[in-house]
Ligand binder design. Structure first.
Ligand code: MLT
Ligand code: MN
Ligand code: ZN
Length: 303
């Protein structure tokens, strides 16, 4: 056990792998029973300093299933108990907030989010199933470390992003603004440092300087190429239009961190269209050769 323990609960982007209605090349392999493609749930990690009390980063719609397959997150004392002590949201996309509904049943924990994202929860009355007498909602400030009470210090920082898909206003949607809609997190414990950025439209100087020196960087691996979805005829949106950095091409993440000293680099929030999800594919081998890990559900890092 290290002083900073990270458990990948879900490694896929919105929709998961395979996506329920998708026959893209990756999902088709899965549906055909090809073992090179592993099923993945929607992106979330659990972080702990002591392996007893856990902080969830984002709450995916697959959270119930993720708890069923993760012993450390299961109740273990008294009539009601959970090792999940808090949840932090990095944006308000469905794949990151819908799992809050799984956490109803009057269990005490804290939901940390930016003012903008707290407002989205407050405006959607379905989240009132998290009884306000027991579930605390705490607004976090950018660029300041705060203490989670479970031995982890967290510093949120704004990254280029966009509003959640369900809040978009068509052509008027601004992409790449650095606001509190989309954040990254720096999490430290016992001198170890995790940088978590599951969604980011562009790798700017802030992202690079915070990633520099991290023991582990978990970064947005949504698509391999910017035009992946349009090319497959699945959507007109490029990765950037969706608020994500492609892995390859100009401004891609693959080589963007090469000059920096980073302990380990791993992709998370991987869309089902991304060919790195096919074990042994050229694209999979390319990212491994460039020093990246492709996370799976259940991947653990002990720093
Ligand atoms: C994204 O990361 O682009 C979103 O999760 C899309 C979605 O909400 O499905
Ligand atoms: Mn997403
Ligand atoms: Zn697919």
């Amino acid at each position: 056990m290290g002083s900073l323990n990270i458990y990948v609960l879900g490694s896929a982007a919105g929709g998961g792998v395979p996506q329920w209605n998708c026959r893209c090349p990756v999902c088709s392999l899965y549906w055909a029973g090809d073992h090179r493609v592993q099923a993945r749930s929607q992106s979330s990690i659990a972080v702990s300093a002591d392996n007893e009390r856990w902080l969830l980063i984002n709450a995916s719609p697959d959270l119930r299933q993720q708890i069923l397959t993760s012993q450390v997150l299961q109740p273990r004392e008294g009539a009601r108990h959970s090792p999940i002590k808090a949840v932090i949201l990095t944006n308000a996309d469905v794949d990151h907030i819908a799992g809050l509904l799984v956490l109803r049943e009057r269990q005490a924990f804290t939901v940390y989010a930016t003012g903008q994202n707290q407002a989205i929860l407050a405006e959607n009355s379905v989240f009132n199933v998290l009884a306000s007498e027991v579930v605390k909602r705490s607004t976090i400030n950018m660029d300041e470390f705060f203490d989670t009470d479970i031995g982890l210090k967290v510093r949120p920082f704004s990254v280029p992003g966009k509003v959640a898909l369900f809040m978009e206003r068509g052509e008027d949607t601004k992409i790449g603004d650095v606001t509190e809609t989309t954040i990254g997190l720096e999490i430290t414990s016992g001198g170890k440092r995790l940088v978590y950025i599951p969604g980011c439209a562009e790798i700017n100087e802030t992202v690079r300087s915070i990633a520099s020196g991290a023991d582990l960087l978990l970064y947005d691996g949504t698509t391999y190429t910017d035009d992946e979805m349009p090319k497959l005829g699945l959507s007109q949106k490029t990765a950037r239009r969706m608020g994500h950095t492609p892995i390859t091409g100009p401004g891609g993440s693959l080589r963007a961190f090469d000059e920096l000293s980073i302990g380990q680099k791993a992709y998370i929030h991987i869309n089902n269209t991304n060919p790195i999800l096919i074990d042994g594919s050229d694209e999979h081998q390319t990212v491994i050769a460039a020093g990246w890990t492709v996370t799976r559900d259940g991947t653990m890092f002990s720093l």
